[in-house]
Ligand binder design. Structure first.
Ligand code: CA
Ligand code: CA
Ligand code: CA
Length: 222
């Protein structure tokens, strides 16, 4: 499993630069996630079913890296087989929302998204604009059973170093087996680079604080 070591470096780059970026280009033909994910940050409890759930048979242990491995499950695969999956029932997740956040190793201009999710739920993919999360895509239900693929096609480009995936509604049995983001590295202007360097000292404290509370190597019942 990857460690969290450089996670906040990228976050800080975005925090400093996102508002200053004026010219980026995106190629819509490259999924940058498998080659450029840097760390994954998780909240809530995942990989645990409520007592008496019928979904034990056919399931596999939660796969933390399934969403970033660049590979799809066969369409219609049982939701909790080969996926990052969680049970949002209050007996399993009484208070903490399950979130799956991907930090990249730089800034990317992204103009297409593809996910494979459990068919009978809705989800949202967010992007970090440097100061707040913004919705990139409200992912709809699919009509038929199991893991199903959704594709935005080409959309207006956003520039970010983080994507966050959350469930927004459904039957509380949630899963994502693939998250893809298509585009290319974003090149900040020289003034933006200067801004980034100036602020690195501030980022260090933030990095340590967040690493203490968002450790991706923590047990599933975080
Ligand atoms: Ca389902
Ligand atoms: Ca479901
Ligand atoms: Ca996958």
């Amino acid at each position: 499993m990857h460690s969290a070591k450089p996670a906040l470096r990228g976050l800080f780059v975005a925090a400093s630069l996102a508002a200053l970026l004026t010219a980026t280009t995106a190629r819509a033909d490259t999924n940058i996630v498998p080659g450029h994910w840097d760390s994954i940050h998780l909240t809530g409890t995942y990989g645990v079913l409520r007592a008496g759930s019928p979904w034990g048979p056919g399931s596999t242990p939660v796969d933390l890296l399934a969403p970033v491995d660049g590979a799809f499950q066969p369409e219609g695969t049982q939701w909790n087989n080969g996926s990052f999956w969680w049970d949002a029932d209050p007996s399993v997740n009484p208070s903490t929302e399950v979130t799956y956040t991907i930090h990249f190793d730089g800034l990317f201009s992204l103009s297409r998204f593809v996910v494979q999710t459990d068919n009978n739920d809705t989800y949202r993919l967010d992007w970090w604009d440097g100061t707040a999360w913004q919705a990139a895509w409200n992912i709809p239900e699919a009509p038929s059973y199991g893991l199903r693929t959704h594709d935005t096609g080409t959309v207006p480009a956003i520039t970010t170093n983080q994507l966050r995936f959350v469930a927004t509604g459904g039957d509380n049995y949630y899963a994502v087996s693939e998250i893809q983001a298509f585009g290319s590295a974003a090149v900040p202007e020289p003034a933006a680079w200067a801004m980034m360097i100036t602020g690195f000292g501030l980022a260090g404290a933030l990095l340590r604080r967040r690493r203490a509370t968002l450790d991706p190597n923590a047990p599933a019942t975080a």
